[in-house]
Design a protein around this ligand. Sequence first.
Ligand SMILES: [Zn+2]
Length: 179
Amino acid sequence: MPDIRPTAGSGALVLNATYEPLCVVSVRRAAILVLSAKAVCVADGEGILHSARNALPVPSVVRLTRYVRVPYRTHVGLSRRAIFARDGWRCAYCRGPAETIDHVFPRSRGGRHAWENVVAACARCNHTKGDKTPAELGWRLHHLPAAPKGNAWRVLGHRAPDPRWADWLDLREPEVEAA
Ligand SMILES: [Zn+2]
């Protein structure tokens, strides 16, 4: 077993043999995949890992040598953390730091708890908005809320992406602007 002590919280992106992103694993797990020839390193991170017999650069992205078939979860669960992550921890109304969840069409008036009706909001906007709709206040949403899409979500969950993974993940900002 390699003696690997990477920086805490670091991870490595695992690609399928087809370069399709699969998941994020610990750097230690990625190194074991490389050392056991189950994967090859395609992008190095920072530093060198040492084992009894080997030294290898910290893997940042590895690619499996054999294709694995993976059933994908297509639905992203609606959680507080997931909403903050989707909205970049910014208030949907004023773009300030968000600390609350707002139902765009208020729950008290039948608004649904669904990706299309929830946004991250700062406490001030949320309090001011109360049980009104943005239209009633003359407010505009920065983005139309929608369920997250794309491989980055499937692979990363709520984890912040390493910039070195950008070539393999679709990390663009959402392009839908509110009308
Ligand atoms: Zn706000």
